[in-house]
Design a protein around this ligand. Structure first.
Ligand SMILES: [Fe+2]
Length: 404
């Protein structure tokens, strides 16, 4: 068990750098059903950027656009397109978080800084370290702040269009990073050494592959289990995978997807679909295989995965199987472990570049990442990728890298 020298209370927020924050906020608000809860820009005394805070349950996204051609936000967007810049974490002591992580090898970006709110709502302490690619982790200490989000933000004067319909998205479950071939173990060790995280799950290329492409993944988790960071790298295969494609268009490592938790995935996905979010289509074969597996579990008296109800066992389970039809219709995947089951679906990519997408997940006891669903999701992403023209850089096989 790693020493908890970096106690993290929870996710604080995710900041995206985008080229047009007004339009990006409209998308997350109206498609994902998030409320625009705070704003910072020229009207609130901020000169170099415009930011909108979007909230749904405990989830906080910030979309930030640059006001000028020069500067870090413009540089990020030019290189990566719209994407995740800051995976910010809430801590009790941002100075200690910075010093403990830098001492263990983190590269500092912002030393602990007290930031006063110009609108009289107190102050925060913020510090920031680098992680993979151009992504950073900010540590936010907010017990002396009582405003709408962060210093400089105010409640928005007006909402753009009708108030969005809440879709049931409740909290961030995990955020996945894509790193280069041969770099997964480097970042696994980095999260162990620098942040005190522990390995909670891993998938190798034997589990997650198609006939042509494969990936490897390890899941790093904070001491309290609230923060989960799976790290993916491409694996050797006859063709380059979606991970290679991501790394090409993102110009290096970055956040691949953000998983958002709901208590009712059928309602959430139905509502998001109605609001224009596209999800990866289902494969009929997956549900046929799954039905066989569930029957087998039921026969063994181990049917702990109830797709739409509480975990149930034995014959009662077989009676529930018809509900799979509803999941199949929406393309929701189901998997289980010893503790329960989980339901998952991926959106299509939400950018022009084939980079970032989202996941909607419902956990009924299961805390892990099902191997069956992971494989099916990987296959679905590969099918999407195969529908896109591949530039010369993405042609050819992925060679094995020698172990370091
Ligand atoms: Fe995921």
């Amino acid at each position: 068990m790693a020493a908890d020298f970096l106690p993290i209370n929870d996710w604080d927020h995710i900041e995206f750098y985008v080229s047009n924050a007004r339009q990006a906020s409209y998308f997350y608000s109206h498609a994902f059903g998030m409320e625009i809860a705070a704003y910072a820009g020229l009207e609130t005394g901020v000169l170099d950027r415009t930011s909108y805070l979007l909230r749904s349950g405990d989830i906080k996204f910030v979309v930030t656009a640059p006001m000028h051609a020069e500067g870090p936000i413009s540089d990020f967007v030019r290189k990566h397109g719209d994407g995740v810049k800051d995976i910010a974490l809430e801590v009790d002591d941002a100075a200690k978080a910075y010093h403990e992580t830098v001492k263990r090898g983190a590269e500092g970006v912002l030393e602990p800084t007290k930031i006063e709110d110009p609108h009289g709502n107190g102050y925060i302490v913020r510090s920031t370290i680098k992680t993979y690619g151009d992504v950073v982790h900010s540590f936010i200490e907010r017990h002396n702040y009582h405003g709408p989000f962060l210093p400089g933000f105010t409640k928005p004067a007006r909402i753009m269009g009708p108030r969005p319909t809440f879709t049931g998205l409740q909290r961030i479950d995990h955020i996945v990073g894509n790193v280069e071939l041969g770099k997964m173990n480097y970042w696994v060790k980095w999260y162990e050494d620098v942040m005190g995280f522990a390995l909670s799950d891993h998938f190798d290329d034997e589990h997650i592959k198609t006939e042509y492409a494969a990936l490897m993944s390890k899941v790093m988790q904070s001491g309290n289990g609230y923060i989960k960071f799976p790290i993916n790298e491409p694996a050797a295969g006859k063709k380059k995978s979606q991970i290679d494609e991501y790394l090409f268009y993102n110009n290096g490592p970055g956040a691949q997807h953000i998983a958002l938790r709901t208590d009712d995935i059928v309602a959430t996905v139905s509502q998001m679909q109605a609001q224009g979010v596209q999800f990866l289509p289902a494969v009929t074969r997956y549900y046929t295989d799954l039905e066989d597996q569930l029957h087998e579990l039921a026969r063994e008296g181990r049917g702990t995965m109830g797709p739409l109800g509480q975990p149930i066992k034995g014959q009662a389970y077989v009676d529930k199987i018809p509900e799979l039809g509803l999941l199949a219709q929406l393309g929701i995947l189901v998997d289980g472990d010893d503790e329960g089951y989980l339901l998952q679906i991926f959106t299509r990519i939400v950018e022009d570049r084939p980079t970032l997408f989202f996941e909607v997940i419902q956990r009924q006891g299961a805390r892990g990442f099902g191997t069956g669903t992971f494989k099916a999701l990987f296959e679905a992403l590969e099918r999407e990728k195969d529908a896109r023209v591949q530039p010369a850089a993405l042609q050819g096989a992925v060679e094995t890298v020698p172990a370091e």
